[in-house]
Design a protein around this ligand. Structure first.
Ligand code: ADP
Ligand code: TRP
Length: 338
């Protein structure tokens, strides 16, 4: 299925992940990349540090976050000997490519782009002028993202729902260029959304999200993870009262992480009034710790040996850059009639 296909994953260096990020985005992306490579395709995985400077101006913070995100992906099982793992800023060709794309991108695309519109909406809510605090990096964000995608002839781009529109913009720009010159110069990418990945609820029952402060952290101590799990909302029903598992929040979170046998065991226990909330929370704690403990150790290792990670990133850039150069030249030759 992936023969000849290119899967490209881009991540912005943002804060440490929670269980929802891990189960909903990181794990599926790594698995999809590994599957593509196993089936004869390619996987590019890069850290979008140029996108990050739109919002983060402190070099120390930026550097720390970049280190963290690189180590997070490696800890979660990204295999840098199989996936091409690199940093956006090690491929300067992306900017030359972006400048060419500008000439084929209707300004209206940017006005409608999700990241920019969200920033404008936020300003309006705060009674500020529309463009308050909005820089050109944010405004033109989708064009740089289109370059990230198109430079590697990407076929599939795994993204969350909020990024689908940006991938469609990349597709539209590529389509416009191909149509202009009547040649398939750039490959049209598709967004890939994992439909069967559940939205993991947080400890208060809303979607787990750092903005709600309801997360179960992944790279925390046992005690911190335990504290989060024991704060999951429950009602005051007695342990021996039969309960519909689907109405029990601990069970809903458990379903996202545990094996089918363990899930069935908890469902039966709750339904038959043989399992209290405390016991259910302990089962969830065991499942979470079992899943994340090896990752925490690997993460700590990579953070302490970042020179090894840096070497992987440099090796990835060495592989990615010639591909980027080739695509850039292909486009330049057509555009400038060489
Ligand atoms: P947050 O809501 O914590 O700010 P982000 O918006 O940064 O998380 O999401 C990063 C990625 O993690 C996205 O691809 C998103 O779809 C995924 N994700 C975030 N929260 C969840 C969740 N509760 N369940 C499943 N996936 C999630
Ligand atoms: N915009 C993406 C995000 O906010 C990150 C990103 C930058 C990206 N370039 C990309 C994702 C190219 C996929 C492909 O998460």
């Amino acid at each position: 299925m992936f023969e000849g296909k290119v899967v490209l994953t881009g991540v912005k260096p943002t804060g440490t992940p929670h269980l929802g990020n891990y189960l909903g985005a990181i794990k599926p992306a790594i698995q999809l990349g590994a599957k593509a490579v196993a089936e004869g395709g390619k996987h590019y995985m890069f850290i979008a540090d140029y996108h990050a400077i739109n919002a983060e101006k402190d070099p120390l913070v930026l550097n720390q976050k970049l280190k963290e995100i690189a180590c997070i992906y490696l800890a979660f099982g990204l295999d840098a000997t199989k996936s091409v793992f690199f940093r956006q800023s090690d491929i300067p060709e992306v900017h030359e490519f972006t400048t060419i794309l500008y000439a084929y991108t209707p300004k209206g695309f940017m006005n409608k782009a999700h990241a920019y519109k969200a920033a404008v909406d936020k300003n309006r809510e705060a009674n500020k002028p529309d463009d308050d605090g909005i820089n050109m990096g944010l405004y033109t964000y989708p064009v740089l993202m289109a370059s990230d995608i198109l430079l590697y002839d990407s076929s599939l781009v795994p993204v969350g729902k909020d990024q689908v529109q940006h991938v469609e913009i990349a597709r539209d720009i590529a389509g416009a260029i191909n149509a202009w010159y009547h040649e398939p110069i750039l490959r049209l990418p598709d967004a890939h959304i994992e439909e069967n990945v559940a939205v993991v609820p947080g400890v208060d029952g809303r979607k787990m999200s750092k903005s709600y402060g309801n997360v179960i952290p992944v790279f925390a101590t046992d005690a911190e993870i335990k504290k989060a799990i024991f704060s999951i909302k429950t009602d005051s029903r007695a342990p021996d009262e039969p309960k519909d598992p689907e109405e029990v929040l601990v069970y809903q979170i458990f379903k996202a992480i545990a094996t089918p046998d363990a899930v069935a065991e908890m469902a039966t226990g709750l339904r038959e009034g043989k399992m209290g909330y405390g016991q259910a929370k302990n089962m969830l704690l065991d499942a979470v710790l079992k899943e994340v403990s090896p990752f925490r150790e690997k993460y700590a290792y990579y953070m302490a040996h970042f020179d090894e990670v840096e070497a992987m990133l440099q090796k990835g850039a060495e592989t990615a850059r010639p591909v980027a150069k080739q695509t850039l030249n292909r486009l330049k030759n057509i555009v400038f009639g060489k």
